[in-house]
Ligand binder design. Structure first.
Ligand SMILES: *Cc1c(COP(=O)(O)O)cnc(C)c1O
Length: 362
């Protein structure tokens, strides 16, 4: 089974290692019993190391979008600045609005990122109480400069930084405490390489204070309820127990690899592998990165296909050989392909995939 691993390069859900799948096949335990307390206690420290935080990581049973909604419901009083450079930035802005808030937007072209100076200008012009952004925009493969943006936002009084780190967390540096992020969330099925179904987040003290003062922070996604529960190492409601087994096992595998920094390095090497290919034989065929250098995600590469080519056709040809990549997202469906090199993937398998893409493109 192990030798089969490594052909599924979707940018989410990502391929789950057989050891992790095996770890899920265990009997249920009472979710209010000592077994659950012990399980959550065992998860606490290693998960904090991944989020680079001393705070407790909140764990919920929902898609990552659930915690996006938690950010919007609990972290915004009335009006947010939303940074939009692709489908997930767009989704965040839409959810902010759907939760009854006003939205001021900064938009950039797909593949581009909103830069810190643009955020500074926008915050000087409009009064908002939070900024929403997507760190690694999975629809375009663009990576925002999170630390610089967070620093700019901190220069404004009482403005929270709410971060979608769904495809950056666990695959590239996200310094939650150092950058003083107020809310940063991910989902289990991206760089953590678990099955879908868990959302994970860290909320700052400022975020909790804000939540206590917003008019209607909701019930199921109430960040204060999550914070109170995890302080006692308890779930809010019946959690996806099997996925917690998987998370526990995966945290052990991450430690065995050498910790989160070793994991980042492997992802960085995978990004560099695609860059080298585009500089060489892939580029000779006409493949180009959508985002500029220095703004490329470490976990998902979005490439413009050779002119006359079609992302869907290439994706299909790759699928016929037993491998999986994604075509472009939305309007970029035919003009680009996306390779999700995150989670437990290796440089070696990625190189095989790139050769295959070359083969089907000739
Ligand atoms: C996948 C993804 C999401 C949505 O995750 P769900 O678990 O499907 O809700 C949000 N943001 C980004 C950047 C993503 O890649």
């Amino acid at each position: 089974m192990n030798s089969e691993f490594g052909r599924f390069f979707l940018p989410g859900p990502t391929e789950v290692h057989p050891d992790i799948l095996a770890a899920m096949v265990r009997p249920m335990i009472p979710h209010r019993g000592p077994g659950m307390v012990e399980l959550l206690a065992g998860i606490e420290e290693p998960l904090g190391r991944i989020f680079r935080t001393k705070r407790r990581v909140l764990i919920g049973t929902c898609a990552a979008t659930g915690f996006m909604e938690m950010a919007a419901r609990c972290g915004i009083r009335a009006r947010a600045l939303s940074l939009v450079g692709g489908a997930f930035g767009e989704r965040f802005a839409a959810i902010v609005r759907a939760c009854g808030n006003d939205v001021v937007r900064v938009d950039v072209q797909p593949g581009q990122t909103v830069e810190a100076d643009m955020v500074h200008d926008a915050l000087r012009r409009s009064e908002v109480d939070a900024v929403t952004l997507v760190h690694s925009e999975t629809s375009t493969g663009a990576l925002a400069h999170l630390a610089e943006i967070a620093e700019v936002v901190r220069g404004f009084d009482d403005v929270l930084v709410l971060v979608d780190a769904v495809t950056s967390m666990a695959g590239s540096p996200v310094e939650t405490d150092e950058a003083a992020l107020d809310f940063v969330f991910t989902g289990s099925q991206k760089a953590l390489a678990l099955p879908p179904g868990l959302a994970l987040a860290v909320a700052s003290e400022r975020m909790l204070e804000r939540a206590a003062n917003v008019p209607a922070r909701g019930g199921y996604l109430d960040v204060l309820a999550y914070d109170k529960a995890i302080a006692k190492r308890q779930p809010t409601n019946t959690p996806a127990i099997s996925l917690l087994y998987a998370l526990h096992a995966q945290l052990g595998r991450i430690d065995a690899e050498g910790g989160i920094e070793a994991r980042w390095r492997r992802h960085e090497k995978m990004r560099q592998t695609v860059e080298r290919w585009v500089d060489g034989s892939g580029g000779a065929l006409g493949y180009r990165f959508l985002p500029p250098a220095e703004r490329r995600s470490w976990t998902v590469s979005c490439l413009r296909v050779p002119s006359g080519g079609n992302g869907r056709v290439i994706t299909h040809a790759v699928a016929q050989r037993g491998w999986t990549i994604a075509s472009g997202y939305g309007k970029l469906k035919e003009a680009t392909i996306r390779i999700g090199h995150m989670g437990d993937h290796t440089v070696e398998r990625l190189e095989e995939l790139l050769s295959l893409i070359e083969e089907v493109s000739e």
